[in-house]
Design a protein around this ligand. Structure first.
Ligand code: PGA
Length: 252
């Protein structure tokens, strides 16, 4: 079994003080839970503060986005080297809010994935269909397009180190979770596509997280599905008790 990976995507929430307090409680709360990888993804400007609280702990620290160029005249953007310098080892790329609120395309996300690997930052690559795409029966088609375009040009070795997050857009922040069976069906499809392109060994090694209204009361059931290897948690990651309950569900 793959080691589960529970990641908290804090999005544009919290204050610096709240971020550090939450990180400190998580640091204490996850002690002894060695069988689970736990990560937090604060807003850029709080990363350094959270890093100072988490330094030396097992909690993974990452950013919610990065740009694909190393440096230069790109006002408002942040490079992989910059997030590494303030303590990140990981980065979320292709989140549906980046795709649908900020207009990121498959090709932009592909450039970001390449840059992350080149700069040695481990990506969580997000994909997922919108409600109208699910209702018109296009879920698998959309997932395949996002997966193939996103991973274009990456080496098999790079792909083998990836974490993927399946996040149906209709389930994000809506309180409407995909049923474990709905999620498992898409996760199995993603793994089958990975196997076709990169082989069984690689596809078996890739952790596929589910994201979209993951909560303490649905975490265990989602995680019991054979192809769900972790959760990318938004809203519930902002509350220490809820997030720790989700981590415990993965630990058990
Ligand atoms: P949610 O967000 O848990 O609030 O639905 C998940 C995500 O967008 O990563």
């Amino acid at each position: 079994m793959l080691k589960p990976f529970i990641a908290g995507n804090w999005k544009m929430n919290l204050t610096l003080k709240e971020s550090k307090e939450l990180a400190a409680s998580l640091r204490t709360g996850v002690e002894g839970m060695n069988g689970v990888d736990v990560g937090v993804f604060p807003p850029f400007v709080f990363i350094e503060g959270v890093h100072s609280v988490l330094k030396g702990s097992s909690i993974i620290l990452g950013a919610q986005n990065m740009y694909w160029e190393d440096k230069g005249a790109f006002t408002g953007e942040i490079s992989g080297d910059m997030i590494k310098e303030v303590g990140c080892t990981h980065v979320i790329l292709g989140h549906s809010e980046r795709r649908h609120v900020f207009g990121e395309t498959d090709s932009m996300i592909n450039s970001k994935l390449s840059a992350a690997f080149a700069g040695d930052v481990m990506p969580i690559f997000c994909l997922g269909e919108k409600l109208d795409e699910r209702e018109s029966g296009d879920t698998f088609k959309v997932i395949e397009r996002q997966l193939v375009a996103g991973l274009d040009g990456l080496t098999t070795e790079q792909v083998s180190r990836l974490t993927i997050a399946y996040e149906p857009v209709w389930a994000i922040g809506t309180g409407k979770t995909a049923t474990p069976a709905q999620a498992q069906e898409v996760h199995a499809r993603i793994r089958a596509l990975l196997e076709d392109s990169y082989g069984k060994d690689v596809s078996a090694r890739i952790r596929i997280q589910y994201g979209g209204s993951a909560k303490p009361d649905n975490a265990a059931e989602l995680l019991s599905q054979p192809d769900i290897n972790g959760l990318l948690v938004g809203g519930a990651s902002l509350k220490k008790d809820d997030f720790l309950k989700i981590v415990s569900a993965a630990f058990e």
